[in-house]
Design a protein around this ligand. Sequence first.
Ligand SMILES: *Cc1c(COP(=O)(O)O)cnc(C)c1O
Length: 422
Amino acid sequence: MSSFEYRGGALHAEDVSLTNLAEKVGTPFYCYSAEMLRKAYTDFAGAFAGLDVTVCYAVKANSNQAVIALFAALGAGADVVSEGELRRALAAGVPADKIVFSGVGKTRDEMDMALRADCGQFNIESEPELAALSEVAASLGKSATIVLRVNPDVDADTHHKISTGRAGDKFGIELDRIREVYAAAAKMPGLNPSGLAVHIGSQLTRLDPFRDAFERIAALVRELRADGLHVDRLDLGGGLGIVYRDEVPPVPTDYAEIVRDVFGDMDVALTFEPGRRLTGEAGILVTRVIYVKESGGRKFAVVDAAMNDLIRPTLYEAWHDIDPVAQPADDAARMPLDIVGPVCETGDVFAVQRDMPPLAAGDLLAVRSAGAYGAVMASTYNSRLLIPETMVNGSQEAVIRPRTDYDTLIGQDVVPGWVTAQ
Ligand SMILES: *Cc1c(COP(=O)(O)O)cnc(C)c1O
C-alpha cells in the first residue's frame, strides 16, 4: 500500500496534492508520508509481539528530527553512528537509554560525549576500540554497557557496497576472536559486556543470510555462556529490503519467525536497527523537467534534481521508479528516455532509457522510494542548495527542513589576505 497515489489525475501524498506542494515550496523537494512511516514501524515492531524487543531506528537512513520524533512517539529507540546523530536523536526526544551507538570508528571525544549522555549501549567493532572505551569510561567513573559486533562471515547477497558481514569487510570482530575478546572485556574497567551484535548488510531481499548469521550468533552465545560469561542482550541489526522496482522483500512476520526460531528460548533481550525498511518507501523526491532534448539519437529529460540531492542511482546504479505527477492517459505512447540532472558529471543520471509517457518542460516527476539514504546523503556539489524536506499527515503538510540559502552556502568560505596579495 502506498500513500502516494493518483487522485483526480494528480499524484497526491496522502490528501495533499503534490502539484500544490510544489507551488508552495518550489522544486526539487523531498516529501515523506507520516502514515507510511507509522505503518512501516508498526508492521515491523508488531511482528515481534510477545518477544522482548526494542526497535532502534537507524537514524542514518533519514535523520530529520521530525522523522526520528515520529518513531520515538511510537516507542522506538535510535541506532546512531556519530556524535551528530546522537545529538539529533536526543534532540528529537529519544530517551538516552534507548540509544545504541554503532559505528566502526567512534572517537574518544564521541565516546566521552555519549557516556556523559548515558547512552544505553555501545556496539564495539574492534579490540582497539574496546580498549579506548574502557579508558574513557573508567576516567569518567562510568560503566559502559557494551555488545561486541560479530563479523559472521556470511554473504548478504546484496550490492557489494552495502554488504557488511563478509570476512574482509571492515565491520565487526572476527567470529573466532569473539570468545577471547569477550572474556578480556569482562575484566576491563569501565565495561559491562552484555552480548553480541550483528548487521550483515542493507537492502536484503532474502531471509537465508539472516538465518545463517543468526544461527552463528546463537552458537556463540551458547559458547560464551558455557565459558561462564554473562550474555543477556543481542542486537540483530537492520538490513531488511524494500521495493525499488520489482523486488519481493521478506515481510516482517517471516523475518520475525526466524528470530523466534533461533532465539525464542534463549532468554535474551533483542534489539533491531531497521533504517531503510522504516523510511524508504515512505518518501519521494519531486523534481521538475527543465528541458527535453535530443542528442546522439537519444532523448533526454533534464530535471532540476541531481545526484547531489539523491545519489543512489549514481553510487549504486540503483533503480527508482519515476512517475509523472500529472497522471498520464492509460493509452499514452511511451518512449525510452534518459532522465538526467544538471550536474557536470556523466554519472548524474536518474534513469537510463526508461519507458516514459511524453514529457515536456515544466512537468513534475516523482522519484519513488527515496525516503532512505536520500536527503541524508545530499551534498552541495556544484554549489547547489540543499533541498527542502516536507512531511504530510492526512491533509496536513509541513516543511521539516527548509531549503538552505546562498549566504549560508558561500558565506563560510574564508579567503585569507595572502591569497590575493602580490
Ligand atoms: C546502516 C546500518 C543499519 C541500518 O541498515 P538498513 O539497511 O537501513 O536497515 C543498522 N545497523 C547498522 C550497524 C548499520 O550500519
